[in-house]
Write a protein that binds this ligand. Structure first.
Ligand SMILES: [Zn+2]
Length: 570
């Protein structure tokens, strides 16, 4: 069988009449890029040094000599100085608004002292309105290199935090997500005093005198989250819109800086979808967004009749899929398994949405012509979705329904992805992030044969997609590509069943053409082929030829969307 990218290129040439051979007839291009080292992801012409752009689309790909000939008087010329360039990265599964939200809040993952953290809060408080909550995440007292002063169980007192933001409630989540520290203002709003008792399954951390120090563990976090949630809900529509716009702006900037030209959003509600649409149509979305509607309530199925919505805002926003959630995550024993957890023999994990509800979502997708994308991590969850898709689609293998994560698959089920035309939307980086606990949870055999089984899936003709699940992981494609081709942790050198790794070219395709396919967008994106968008990333390393470690050192030099430079390294 011909590789899919080759078929696409051939089909495209047939449809559009474009060929790769530059042709001097027709209007002069707006822009030519030359002196580049292009990997095009198009098997008809995989390498080139130049390309020409007209109206945001590629019109020719070839040698410097061939392309420069096409340039007219008004054509802009961009010398790439020999740099490596390829189709812009397509994030195959991330959470766009949450990514922006996470950037809006304080990121404390790398902070080295309590003083540094309270300093960041004081800085933030300077521009915050009185009463506005300040949120942060990622602190860990064991990473601090300077004494935090008096502590209780290693935790600091809230005093410095309260002094840093006297007029703003502050909530800073622990890196584990299982605790938080609040300042005085937040505790006042929550009505916390020495009389406050510990809720079931939680602890208000207190000093020897019984006074709360500011740290709340597990279910005690709810005490602080209650007034925080109330405040969020009380915001006016205008405030919510402004916060959302800010998040979109930050997520766009962050993605573009990492070479991402298209982003597949794995689940937004109708309000968020409406906001994305408005922002895109106002020309305020600098990259291309493709979104899934987050699992609607049955009473909202009728609203799906308004979709798909394709190519809005000058091809910057598309909604053509629905997301549903079948199980949880492996780390927290939430993945739904066929056999019990190796390290928790009484548990098969969690089926978070009943199968008949998922079936109703799938039926609605069928009715309205939408892609059905189901979150499935465990092998039981994956089998259930494959069974459901097989039954619902009745032999139609062209709809590109997706299993989000497809993380642990029973070996018997692996060939079914290819056979049924189901996309395995995976995240290379999850493999190496989760590696330390996968064998504990699944045992060696299940982990070896079915965990992140990229090689087995590709070899059985499955369509893969790749991504990061940002903000769960950093949205940066480079560590994800490194994980995809090495299955190795850069910090410890630990390798996770390397026989399942991708080749270098497969990994680059998984982040470009394969993700475009998973969104029905391969006619417009995913390779640098005549007729497609001039969505390009320029990098400091040749990702096909550099050493694996150099992938991690590569810098994004330029990110180009529709021929327009949207990010340039300083
Ligand atoms: Zn996700």
């Amino acid at each position: 069988m011909k590789p899919i990218h080759q078929l696409f290129a051939l089909a495209l040439a047939a449809i559009t009449g474009f060929t790769c051979a530059p042709n001097s007839a027709g209007p002069a291009p707006d822009l030519v890029f030359f002196n580049g080292n292009f990997f095009t992801a198009d098997s008809l012409q995989p390498r080139a040094s130049a390309l020409a752009v007209l109206d945001g689309r590629i019109v020719a790909v070839g040698s410097d000599e061939e392309i420069k000939k096409l340039a007219g008087e008004k054509t802009g010329r961009v010398d790439l100085n020999g740099a490596f360039a390829m189709p812009g990265f397509i994030e195959g599964h991330g959470h766009f608004a949450s990514l922006g939200q996470s950037l809006l809040n304080l990121n404390l993952l790398n902070s080295k002292s309590w003083q540094e953290i309270t300093g960041l809060v004081a800085e933030k408080a300077k521009t915050a309105r009185p009463g506005e909550w300040i949120e942060g995440r990622g602190w860990h007292q064991e990473k601090w290199t300077v004494s935090a002063g008096p502590t209780v169980n290693g935790y600091p007192y809230h005093d410095a935090l309260s002094a840093a933001a006297p007029d703003n409630p502050v909530v800073l989540y622990h890196a584990s997500g299982h605790g938080l520290i609040a300042n005085e203002k937040a505790m006042q709003l929550a009505g916390i005093s020495r009389e406050t008792s510990d809720p079931v399954g939680g602890r208000v951390v207190r000093d020897a005198n019984g006074n709360p120090v500011g740290v709340f563990e597990e279910n005690a976090m709810n005490l602080i989250e209650k007034p925080f949630g109330d405040w969020k809900n009380r915001r006016s529509e205008a405030e919510k819109v402004a916060a959302f716009e800010k998040a979109v702006q930050l997520a766009s900037r962050e993605s573009l800086a990492k070479g991402i030209t298209s982003f597949q959003d794995a689940g937004s509600d109708f309000w968020e979808i409406g906001q994305f649409r408005r922002i895109a149509e106002a020309g305020q979305l600098p990259l291309r967004l493709w979104a899934m509607i987050s699992q609607p309530k049955p009473s909202d199925y009728g609203r799906l009749a308004d979709y798909p919505q394709i190519g809005l805002g000058n091809d910057h926003f598309t909604v053509r899929a629905v997301k549903a959630y079948l199980d949880g995550a492996l780390g927290s024993y939430g993945a739904w398994l066929l056999a019990p957890y190796t390290d928790k023999p009484d548990s098969y994990g969690q089926n978070t949405t009943p199968m008949d509800s998922i079936a109703a979502v799938a039926a609605a997708c069928r009715q309205y012509g939408l892609q059905c994308c189901v979150h499935a991590i465990g092998d039981r969850a994956n089998r259930e979705v494959l069974n459901l898709f097989e039954a619902t689609l009745g032999g139609n293998h062209t709809v590109r329904w997706r299993i989000e994560h497809s993380q642990h698959i029973d070996p018997q089920d692996i060939p079914r992805f290819g056979a049924l035309g189901i996309v395995a939307a995976m995240q290379g980086i999850h493999c190496t992030s989760d590696a330390p606990f996968v064998v504990k949870r699944l045992g060696v055999e299940r982990a070896r044969l079915g965990a992140y089984a990229w090689r087995s899936l590709i070899d059985s003709d499955a369509h893969l997609a790749n991504g990061t699940d940002a903000p769960v992981e950093d949205v940066d494609p480079l560590p994800c590509l490194y994980a995809s081709v090495t299955r190795k942790r850069a910090d410890s050198g630990f390798e996770f069943f390397p026989e399942q790794k991708m080749t270098r070219e497969e990994a680059l395709l998984s982040y470009t053409l394969w993700n475009a396919y998973a969104a029905f967008e391969e006619k417009d994106k995913g390779s640098l082929s005549p007729g497609k968008y001039a969505d390009i990333v320029v990098l400091s390393k040749d990702l096909l030829r550099c050493t694996p470690e150099e992938i991690l050192q590569a810098k994004v030099l330029q990110t180009i969307v529709g021929g327009k430079v949207q990010y340039r390294a300083q």
